[in-house]
Write a protein that binds this ligand. Structure first.
Ligand SMILES: C[S@@+](CC[C@H](N)C(=O)[O-])C[C@H]1O[C@@H](n2cnc3c(N)ncnc32)[C@H](O)[C@@H]1O
Length: 280
């Protein structure tokens, strides 16, 4: 196996992305915090903005820098989750669930319907598409919406709508001639890969992060969007799933994460890494 390097940067993506050389990254695979869902216990966290409008604006800012860092033929694979506007309670299930690490700050916010987009109580906010449209307006080309079918979805005790069991992954590019290896992942029949991917949780146990995505999800995006030796970026790295998949596939990686505890998990998962700490 060719040795590959990973840089794990701990701090706010909005500051640290500027240190990445322009047009040096082939592929960005990432899942930002979902709005109002979890508290990552840091004043600079994205996802805890008082309004989802600000959340969309913050993500647009982050991905503008990602676009600068991407090679001309690079790709962005963006997984974003949705949530419901709520009035008078957070409930104990569904996208606004009170989960183990959700603190009062976020619970309070979810008790009031945000005053934007004509939202009403119980409205699905459509956040993934709102983010996708904002990025499109900011210059990205939106090439595909992949539906990630969660083989083991979180149960919800709802009786007036179907249980949510999918999430979106957007494929976005900088130009119309981008690198995409259609032979890297095929349907079992040999046909071109479809835009619905049934992927279950990692079989080798939890990464220790409350919102890690499956390694297979990251692996697929990396295989389709890069060659061995290329640089893969995750500006919301969490426990470093993207980095772990990149390393396995002999790609270099740059991981940015705000919470130093999660960076420690990445470091452990990556084995040998070149770690850089640039502020927090
Ligand atoms: C959905 S999680 C990513 C999980 C990751 N895909 C994994 O598999 O472990 C989002 C991460 O973004 C981090 N985060 C939040 N705001 C950030 C910011 N401004 N800059 C960098 N990271 C941030 C959170 O601490 C959290 O770990």
């Amino acid at each position: 196996m060719t040795p590959v390097t990973s840089r794990i940067l701990t701090g706010d993506s909005r500051n640290l992305l500027t240190s990445i050389q322009s047009e040096s990254v082939q592929c960005c695979v990432t899942s930002p915090p979902y709005w109002g869902l979890r508290d990552y216990d840091h004043p600079a966290q994205i996802g805890s903005e008082p309004s989802p409008v600000e959340y969309v604006r913050n993500l647009t800012e982050v991905f503008r820098e990602v676009r600068r860092a991407l090679r001309k033929d690079g790709t962005l694979w963006l997984n974003v989750g949705d949530g419901y506007a709520r009035n008078g309670g957070t409930g104990n299930c569904g996208p606004n669930a009170v989960v183990a690490n959700t603190k009062k700050l976020i619970q309070r916010r979810n008790c009031k319907v945000p005053d934007c987009w004509g939202l009403k109580d119980r409205d699905l906010m459509g956040l993934p598409w709102r983010v996708a449209f904002a990025l499109q307006e900011d210059g990205w080309i939106l090439r595909s919406r992949i539906t990630w079918i969660k083989k083991t979805a979180m149960p919800e005790s709802v009786r007036n709508r179907p249980t949510n069991a999918t999430e979106d992954v957007f494929l976005m590019t900088k130009t119309i001639t981008y690198y995409y290896d259609a032979s890297a992942v095929r349907e079992p029949t040999g046909a071109n890969l479809r835009n619905c991917w049934a992927i279950g949780p990692d079989t080798n146990g939890s990464s220790g992060h409350p919102a890690a995505f499956p390694r297979d999800l990251a692996r697929r995006c990396i295989l389709l969007g890069s060659r061995p030796g290329d640089v893969i970026l995750d500006p919301f790295a969490g426990s470093g799933t993207t980095g772990a998949a990149a390393r396995e596939l002999e790609r270099e990686s740059i991981l940015i994460e705000l919470n130093p505890e999660y960076s420690k998990i990445s470091k452990r998962r990556m084995g040998h890494v070149v770690q850089a700490r640039l502020g927090s």
